[in-house]
Write a protein that binds this ligand. Structure first.
Ligand SMILES: C[S@@+](CC[C@H](N)C(=O)[O-])C[C@H]1O[C@@H](n2cnc3c(N)ncnc32)[C@H](O)[C@@H]1O
Length: 213
């Protein structure tokens, strides 16, 4: 039997510790679908950034594009940094596993955050994301997918990143679609690319755009 660990607390502690040095990646917008997300959300609408990190570059770009932004993050230091960097947005300390919004948002994004969840929490947070959107609202999701031949996706999930142990798991296309499609989320965009960085090594990055019907 696999070891049962409190992965939300583990990740909260790890991300709190790396918050001050996380800048390298957080300044870069990944892939090509984010601009489609910006174009798909009702202009001036309310957007939820799930795992908002330092607020850069996503919350900042959203604010600059006229959106009303709420960022949530489990790590207190991330929230503190984001408030300083993007004062025009609102940031609160909250785990995505605890969020309970109901049809309040025109757009939701989760960039490299839902991969920090184990499968039961992933399914649960998928439901919370869908519930937080208005009908016609758009969800932008960025994750890593498993790519090594014969990889046991649940075998190597406690990883050391930037010197801190944390939980991180790749999700296959079928798993993501299996979570969101039954929630009435229609896929309207998809993109794949490979990234290599010092902090995270080789990552096979997948981007999804869903619309709530
Ligand atoms: C890889 S960073 C991504 C930050 C930002 N989305 C970006 O792309 O720059 C992951 C973020 O998710 C946050 N996080 C981890 N577990 C979380 C949880 N359960 N609920 C909310 N945020 C969480 C971390 O504190 C961290 O800020």
């Amino acid at each position: 039997m696999r070891e049962e660990r409190d992965i939300v607390s583990l990740n909260r502690q790890a991300w709190d510790r790396v918050a001050d040095t996380y800048d390298g990646r957080s300044k870069v917008i990944v892939g090509g679908l984010f601009s489609e997300f910006l174009d798909s959300v009702t202009p001036g609408g309310r957007v939820l950034d799930v795992g908002s990190g330092t607020g850069e570059p996503y919350a900042r770009t959203l604010v600059e594009n006229g959106f009303d932004v709420l960022g949530i993050d489990v790590a207190p230091r991330m929230v503190e940094i984001a408030r300083g960097r993007v004062p025009e947005a609102e940031f609160v300390e909250l785990s995505m596993t605890e969020m309970e919004f109901r049809g309040e948002f025109d757009g939701v994004l989760a960039v490299f955050t839902m991969l920090l969840l184990d499968p039961p929490r992933f399914w649960d947070v998928s439901r919370r994301v869908a519930e937080s959107l208005r009908e016609g609202g758009v969800f932008y999701l960025v994750l890593n997918e498993p790519w090594k031949e014969g990889e046991d996706v649940d075998g190597d999930v406690f990883v050391e990143i930037m010197g801190e142990e944390m939980y991180s798991r790749g999700y296959t296309l079928d798993e993501v679609m299996g979570a969101f499609e039954p929630l009435g989320m229609e896929r309207i965009g998809f993109h794949r690319e490979v990234h290599v960085t010092e902090e995270f090594g080789e990552e096979h990055v997948v981007e999804f755009l869903f619309r709530k019907s």
